[in-house]
Write a protein of this length. Structure first.
Length: 400
C-alpha cells in the first residue's frame, strides 16, 4: 500500500498555514518547522561565535546536505554542487558548454524566459542555432519530433521538466533515452519538479539537472543545487572559477577540482544550505511518491472546480499534469485577480507572456493566474480559492 501524508502533522509543522491559504508553492513554499529551526539556529550561532567558526562547527551537517540531495536524485554526493539558486545552477552548466557556429541547441516551446535569454545570448555570441522542438497533440514536447531533430548532429538538448506557466510535465525520461541514443548531452531544468515529483537521474538519463530549494522542496530562498553526471564533470569547465572551485598550483598555473563542487564558489549562505538539507530530509522522510500523489490530486481537483465556474477558463496543457494550475477570469487582468485573492489571505501568482513567449504568446494569452497547491494544503483552502474566484467571475469581488 502506498503511504499517505499525515495532513494534520504536516499542517501543524507548517506555521504559515495558520495565517494564509498558501497556493503559491511554485513561487516559494511555506517552510516547515525543521527548516526554520535549521536556518535560525545557525544564524544565532554565527552571532554568538562568528561566521567562519560557526561554519567549521557545522561542517559535518553541511557535508550531509550533499548526501541528502544525492538520495533525492539517486546519484553520488560528488555529483552535486550547492549554489545560490536554480538560475545559477542552470547557468553554471549551460555556460560551461562550448558552442561554435552552426551548433544546434534543441529545447521546448514552453521553455522559461531566463533559459531562452541565455540560449539567445550564446547564439548571438557564437553563431549557434536555437531550435524549439514541436509539441505533441497535448502540448508537451513531442518525443517523435525530437527523434527526427536528433538525426542531425546537435550539441545540447535543454528542456524544462515542468514549465512555469502551467501544469504540464514534459516527458523527461523519453527525452533522456533519445539523447543517450544520439550521444547528445541533456540538461534538465527541474526547478518546479524537485520536491513535488520523483526525480531519478539514472532513470531520466539526464547529464545535468538544476533545481531550487524555495519551491516544492520547501527550503529557504537563496538556495539551489546542480547535478552533473560524473562522466561529464571533467568535460565542463565552469564559466568562472575561484579558490574553492580551483587551486592555484604554480606561479602561472591552476587546477580545477575534479568533482561537481567545481561549479560552486567559496562564499555561501551557510544557514540556507543547512535549511536546504533539512528541507530535503523532511521531504524524503514523508516520501516523494506520496507527496506527488497528493499534490497532483489536489491540483486535479482545483483544475476541475475552476473550470466549472462560468467566466473562468483553465489553460493547462499536457496529458501528464502536476501541481500547477493556470486560469483566467473573463474581463479581469490576472494581476487584479491575484491582488483580490491576496486581500482574502489566499496566495497565488501571475505568469505573463514575457515568461514564455514561444508558448503563451503563441496561444494569445497575455497573462495567467497560477495556483500551485502542495501536499500540506487542505481541501478547505482549495474551497476558499474556488469560492473567491467564483465571486470575482460574477463581478462581486468583495469577501462575503
Amino acid at each position: 500500500m502506498t503511504p499517505t501524508i499525515d495532513l494534520a502533522r504536516a499542517r501543524a509543522e507548517t506555521p504559515g498555514t495558520a495565517h494564509v491559504a498558501h497556493l503559491n508553492n511554485a513561487g516559494a513554499a511555506l517552510p516547515p518547522a525543521p527548516v526554520l529551526e535549521a536556518v535560525a539556529s545557525h544564524l544565532a550561532r554565527e552571532a554568538a561565535i562568528g561566521g567562519y567558526e560557526a561554519a567549521d562547527e557545522a561542517a559535518p551537517r553541511l557535508e550531509a546536505v550533499y548526501g541528502a540531495i544525492a538520495r533525492l536524485l539517486n546519484c553520488a554526493p560528488d555529483e552535486i554542487a550547492l549554489v545560490e539558486n536554480a538560475t545559477r545552477a542552470w547557468d553554471m552548466a549551460f555556460y560551461a558548454m562550448r558552442f561554435r557556429p552552426g551548433d544546434r541547441i534543441l529545447t521546448a516551446r514552453a521553455e522559461y524566459a531566463s533559459n531562452v535569454i541565455a540560449f539567445l545570448q550564446v547564439a548571438r555570441r557564437t553563431g549557434a542555432v536555437v531550435e524549439p522542438i514541436d509539441d505533441d497533440a497535448d502540448g508537451a514536447l513531442d518525443p517523435e519530433a525530437l527523434r527526427v531533430a536528433l538525426r542531425r548532429p546537435a550539441s545540447l538538448v535543454a528542456v524544462t521538466h515542468v514549465p512555469t506557466n502551467g501544469g504540464l510535465v514534459n516527458p523527461a525520461a523519453e527525452i533522456g533515452a533519445l539523447c543517450r541514443e544520439a550521444g547528445v548531452p541533456f540538461l534538465l531544468d527541474a526547478c518546479q519538479s524537485a520536491g513535488q515529483l520523483p526525480l531519478d537521474v539514472q532513470a531520466i538519463g539526464c547529464d545535468m539537472l538544476s533545481a531550487t530549494g524555495r519551491k516544492f522542496l520547501r527550503g529557504p530562498r537563496g538556495t539551489g543545487f546542480l547535478y552533473v553526471r560524473r562522466g561529464m564533470i571533467e568535460a565542463l569547465e565552469p564559466p568562472f572559477l575561484d579558490l574553492h572551485a580551483a587551486s592555484w598550483t604554480g606561479e602561472r598555473d591552476f587546477s580545477v577540482r575534479g568533482d561537481a563542487r567545481r561549479f560552486e564558489n567559496w562564499e555561501s549562505y551557510v544557514a540556507g544550505r543547512l535549511g536546504l538539507g533539512a528541507a530535503v530530509e523532511y521531504a524524503l522522510a514523508l516520501g516523494i511518491s506520496p507527496i506527488a500523489a497528493r499534490t497532483t490530486a489536489l491540483a486535479a481537483r482545483l483544475r476541475a472546480e475552476l473550470a466549472a465556474i462560468p467566466g473562468v477558463s483553465v489553460h493547462d496543457k499536457g496529458s501528464v499534469r502536476c501541481g500547477l494550475v493556470t486560469f483566467r477570469v473573463r474581463g479581469l487582468a490576472s494581476v487584479a485577480v491575484r491582488d483580490a485573492l491576496r486581500a482574502e489571505a489566499i496566495n497565488v501568482s501571475v505568469s505573463t507572456a514575457s515568461y514564455a513567449r514561444w508558448d503563451l504568446a503563441v496561444r494569445g494569452l497575455a497573462d495567467l493566474v497560477r495556483a500551485s497547491p502542495h501536499y500540506y494544503n487542505d481541501e478547505a483552502e482549495l474551497g476558499r480559492l474556488v469560492a473567491a474566484v467564483a465571486r470575482l467571475a460574477k463581478g462581486r469581488g468583495d469577501p462575503a
